[in-house]
Design a protein around this ligand. Structure first.
Ligand code: NJP
Length: 245
C-alpha cells in the first residue's frame, strides 16, 4: 500500500490486469505503453474503483522515451518501488523464412526494452532501500518451440538476466527479482502472429484447452510482491492444466 509501480506493456493483457490488481491493493501505478487511448481508459477504470494511476506514453525500444516516462512517474509519485518489465511481442515464423525484421523487433522490445527500463529505473529502486523487479519471461524461456525460435531466444535472455539481477541486487540492495514464466495466456499476444500457418495453429490451441487468464497471472505477481520481505519468489511458472508441452 502506498508503493509506486512502473508497468510496461500496461495497455493490454497481463500488464493491464496486473495494473488493476495492484491499484486495488493501494499501489500507485504508472501505466506505460504506446497506445495512450487504452492507457487513459485504464486510468479512468482504476480511478473509478478508488485507485491511483497515470498513463505514460512509452516506447520501450527508445531509451529517451523510457527515461522521460520514469521522470513522469517520479514527478507524480516521488519514487519507484516496483518495476514490472512486461512489454513484449511474439510474431511466430520458421527461421528459414528469414523474417529478419521481426527477429530484430523481438530483440528490440523483448530484450533491449527490458534493459532500457531497468537502466532507467534502477538508480531509483536502489535509492528506496527495498524494491522489487518482475520480468516477464515465458515458458519459452525454459524450453524451445519450433516456430518460436527467436522468441524463445529473447525469453531465455530474460530468464538469464533476471537470475543475474537477483544475484547482484538482492543481497546487496534488498531488491527482490521475480522471473515470470507463463504458459498460454488469453491475451492479444497471438493476434500479432503474421505467419498464417502458425496463426491458425495458435487459434487451434484455444479450442484444445482453457488458457490461463491475464487476471490469474496478475494474482501470481501480487503473490510474489506480497511475500514477506525476507522471501524472494524468484520464479513463477504457471500454465494451463491441459497444456501438453
Ligand atoms: O500480450 P499483449 P501479453 N513499447 O499483446 C506492449 C509475455 N507472455 O499480455 O505499446 C512499449 O496483450 C503493448 O502495448 P502497446 C509476452 O511475451 C505472454 O500476453 O500499447 N510497450 C502491450 O501492452 C509479453 O512479454 C504469454 O502496443 C510495448 C503489451 O506490450 C508479456 O507476456 C505467454 C511495445 C503486450 O500485451 C505480456 O504480453 C508467455 C513497445 N515497443 C509470455 N511493444 C501469453 N499471452 O500466452 C509492445 O509465456 N508493447
Amino acid at each position: 500500500k502506498g508503493k509506486v509501480a512502473l508497468i510496461t506493456g500496461a495497455s493490454s493483457g497481463i500488464g493491464a490486469a496486473t495494473a488493476v490488481k495492484l491499484a486495488a491493493h493501494g499501489v500507485n501505478v504508472g501505466l506505460a505503453a504506446r497506445r495512450t487511448d487504452k492507457l487513459q481508459a485504464l486510468v479512468a477504470q482504476i480511478k473509478e474503483a478508488g485507485g491511483q494511476a497515470i498513463a505514460i506514453k512509452m516506447d520501450v525500444v527508445d531509451i529517451e522515451s523510457v527515461k522521460a516516462g520514469v521522470d513522469q512517474l517520479l514527478t507524480t509519485y516521488g519514487g519507484i518501488d516496483i518495476l514490472f518489465n512486461n512489454a513484449g511481442l511474439m510474431p511466430a515464423s520458421d527461421v528459414e523464412t528469414l523474417k529478419v525484421d521481426e527477429w530484430h523487433r523481438m530483440v528490440d522490445v523483448n530484450v533491449k526494452g527490458v534493459l532500457n527500463s531497468t537502466a532507467a529505473a534502477l538508480p531509483h529502486l536502489i535509492r528506496r532501500g527495498e524494491a522489487h523487479i518482475v520480468n516477464t519471461s515465458s515458458i519459452a524461456g525454459r524450453k524451445v518451440f519450433p516456430g518460436l525460435t527467436v522468441y524463445c531466444a529473447t525469453k531465455h535472455a530474460i530468464a538469464a538476466f533476471s537470475e543475474g539481477l537477483r544475484l547482484e541486487l538482492a543481497p546487496k540492495h534488498n531488491i527482490r527479482v521475480t522471473c515470470l514464466q507463463p504458459g498460454a495466456v488469453d491475451t492479444e499476444l497471438f493476434e500479432h502472429v503474421s505467419d498464417a500457418g502458425y496463426r491458425q495453429q495458435m487459434e487451434g490451441l484455444r479450442k484444445q484447452m482453457t488458457f490461463v487468464t491475464a487476471g490469474e497471472i496478475a494474482d501470481t505477481v501480487v503473490f510474489a510482491l506480497q511475500a514477506p520481505s525476507h522471501v524472494n519468489v524468484a520464479e513463477v511458472f504457471l500454465l494451463p492444466t491441459k497444456q501438453p508441452w
